[in-house]
Design a protein. Structure first.
Length: 65
C-alpha cells in the first residue's frame, strides 16, 4: 500500500490489513525513512524512529546502482 505517512494513512493501512488478513494475499507498504542527503536536524521524530526501527544491514553496496 502506498498511503501517506500520516495517522490517517497508518489507520487505513491497518484497517485494510484487518479486512484481508484471513485471505491468501501478501500486504506490503512502501519504505519510509530519511531521504539520502537530508539533514537529521530537519527530520521529525516519527520518521527518524521508523528509520531506526527499519534499518538494514550495511553490505557495502547499499544505495549503489
Amino acid at each position: 500500500m502506498a498511503l501517506p505517512a500520516t495517522v490517517e494513512g497508518d489507520t487505513t493501512n491497518f484497517y485494510i490489513y484487518k479486512l484481508l488478513r484471513n485471505h491468501p494475499v501478501t500486504i506490503t507498504t512502501i519504505a519510509r525513512g530519511i531521504p539520502i542527503g537530508d539533514e537529521l536536524d530537519y527530520t521529525d521524530e516519527i520518521t527518524l524512529g521508523r528509520s531506526i526501527l527499519n534499518r538494514q544491514i550495511y553490505t557495502g553496496t547499499n544505495g549503489l546502482m
